[in-house]
Design a protein around this ligand. Structure first.
Ligand code: SF4
Length: 287
């Protein structure tokens, strides 16, 4: 699990602070039909600090918010939208500003596999020489048919090439996978896990599909075209994924967090504490 991994890697409890680099996502532009069908207007970064043009100020605010938890080290996590979708000169400025802060032990960048051109890869390699860099890729599914349905906007081959390129520059890769996508079967999900295993990705984030307000998925849900998972179904599928992960794969997330003001379904997922308790209980019973 990620906590143990970070303690062994950084020698202390590490807290991820979500920052907003003020970027958009190429998949949300009009010609790409408005983005992934589940994506909220916050671009999957609804918990990130608000963009204020100054990375240092965002870091200060985010650290202040978690100081009661007494974390010792922090990862600067650029979470909202696609955090390599900007001129390289701008990326250089904000990423270097983040890692220059002595409280920051690593940089984490969430992005799309089709948004990693050579100059960005070179920059990430440069940053990785100074402090460890994690790149989080939103794969969601390895099934290209589902990918079309959710309007992911790239083929799975693009993800495989991106992981290869990132591993070549020594960057740590974390892959996001969503459980409960429309039309996905257990076999599809297992194939996704196998693809992530084989890709060379170092870690994985597994999360439930949430129906959020004002999204195309919400329209599907309201028309009865999408039925969200029940909690026991989610836990069963999650356990199946965990059981089939490659040895050594670091699990960074086993459920998601949707902002309550946006969550439409499934409502059981709003009680994160209970969900985590039930997952941990199921993991123990199945060991
Ligand atoms: S790639 Fe991320 S930010 Fe872009 S539309 Fe999909 S979920 Fe939203």
């Amino acid at each position: 699990m990620a906590n143990e991994y970070f303690i062994s890697r950084f020698g202390a409890k590490v807290y991820k602070i979500a920052l907003d680099g003020g970027m958009n996502c190429p998949n949300r532009t009009k010609d790409k039909k408005g983005g992934c069908i589940f994506c909220s207007s916050g671009g999957s970064g609804d918990f990130a600090e608000k963009q204020c043009g100054n990375v240092k100020t965002q870091i200060d605010r985010a650290i202040k918010r978690v100081e009661s938890k007494k974390p010792q080290k922090f990862i600067a996590y650029f979470q909202s939208y696609t955090n390599t979708f900007a001129p390289t000169s701008y990326l250089k400025q904000i990423f270097f500003e983040a890692i220059a802060d002595e409280r920051i032990c690593a940089l984490s960048v969430a992005t799309r596999p089709d948004c990693l051109p050579l100059d960005v890869l070179q920059l990430l390699g440069e940053l990785n020489e100074i402090k460890p860099v994690f790149v989080e890729l939103g794969l969601q599914t390895a099934n290209d048919e589902t990918a079309t349905l959710i309007n992911r906007g790239y083929k799975t081959k693009v993800y495989l090439d991106a992981v290869k390129n990132l591993k070549e520059i020594g960057v740590n890769v974390i892959t996001h996978v969503i459980i409960g996508l429309p039309t996905e079967t257990e076999t599809n999900l297992l194939n996704t896990v196998k693809t992530v295993n084989a890709s060379g990705s170092d870690g994985i984030k597994l999360q439930l599909l949430h129906v959020l307000k004002d999204t195309p998925l919400c329209n599907m849900y309201e028309k009865g075209q999408y039925v969200p998972l029940e909690k026991d179904e989610y836990i069963k599928l999650l356990l199946l994924c965990l059981k089939n992960l490659r040895k050594g794969m670091v699990v960074h997330r086993i459920t998601g967090d949707a902002p309550k003001r946006l969550l439409v379904a499934p409502l059981w997922s709003a009680d994160k504490k209970r969900v985590l308790n039930d997952i941990n209980k199921a993991i123990k019973e199945n060991n």
